[in-house]
Ligand binder design. Structure first.
Ligand code: UDP
Length: 245
């Protein structure tokens, strides 16, 4: 799939889940949310939204807090995980605000009810929003500790019937070994779930990965710092690494 380029500029996918790790919102400074970076990412979302693609965003919280970080500060894992889930809400609201200012209509749905802040996650409403051309931003992860926002992306993608997960990160794909440590590391254009498992490649955490594997849901891992990355991904152009059945 990643090998061929479409002749026209029509999107290859109708409905996608874009998984953004919290870290992508951080710029070069210490601020967890860099406004320029945020605008650039939202501009990319707007671009594919205008191409008619139905977009769900699942946002992480690692730029603010991760559950495991709590343990070193004397915070229980479960409490830390709730703190991490709340961090995703902060990021999600930032994305909502930025997209709305770009005239992209959005709805934020949270897995932890907080009526004044966001809608509760209700699948049929999510789908309705997508059909009406709204970008749906899923926050608060799965609502359960001991999970990740990668698992949230896999779960929501299956629930809303997305065709693919775009996992936008700070690396440009999946390598056979750590490219930071090995100069001869090779990046895959595409790889099957089974080969990724056999080679113990760290595509997503095990729960997220198995949800995708069991349900034949492809994952495209790519570097978001390329300003046209999401558009290229939607057009099916060769970018990052595609993990598939
Ligand atoms: N988290 C959780 N349950 C979920 C999703 C997230 O407990 O369903 C917590 C967990 O502590 C995690 C934090 O929220 O460390 C932030 O999410 P994640 O680490 O996935 O964010 P990312 O690395 O993508 O920025």
């Amino acid at each position: 799939m990643s090998d061929s380029e479409p002749a026209d500029s029509s999107p290859r996918y109708k409905r996608i889940v874009l998984k953004l790790s919290g870290e992508v919102l951080r710029g070069s400074g210490t601020d967890p949310i860099d406004s320029e970076v945020l605008s650039r990412i939202c501009g990319q979302v707007k671009e594919i939204h205008e191409m008619g693609v139905q977009v769900c965003v699942v946002i992480g919280g690692g730029n603010i807090f991760r559950g495991l970080q709590g343990e070193s500060r004397g915070v229980d894992r479960t409490t830390g995980d709730y703190m991490g889930m709340l961090a995703t809400v902060i990021n999600g609201l930032a994305i909502m605000d930025c997209l709305e200012k770009m005239d992209v209509r959005t709805r934020v749905q949270t897995a932890i009810p907080m009526d004044q802040v966001a809608e509760p996650f209700i699948l049929r409403r999510s789908v309705r929003h997508l059909e009406k051309g709204r970008v749906v931003i899923f926050v608060a992860g799965t609502g359960n500790p001991y999970f990740s926002t990668d698992t949230t992306a896999a779960l929501r993608a299956n629930e809303v019937g997305a065709e693919i997960i775009f996992k936008a990160t700070k690396v440009d794909g999946i390598y056979n070994k750590d490219p930071k440590k090995h100069a001869d590391a090779v990046r895959y254009d595409d790889i099957t779930f089974i080969d990724a498992l056999r080679q113990r490649l760290n595509v997503m955490d095990a729960t997220a990965f198995s949800l995708c594997l069991d349900n034949d849901l492809p994952i495209l891992v790519f570097d978001l710092s390329d300003p046209h990355a999401i558009r290229q991904a939607v057009l099916g152009q060769k970018i990052g690494t595609l993990v598939h059945s």
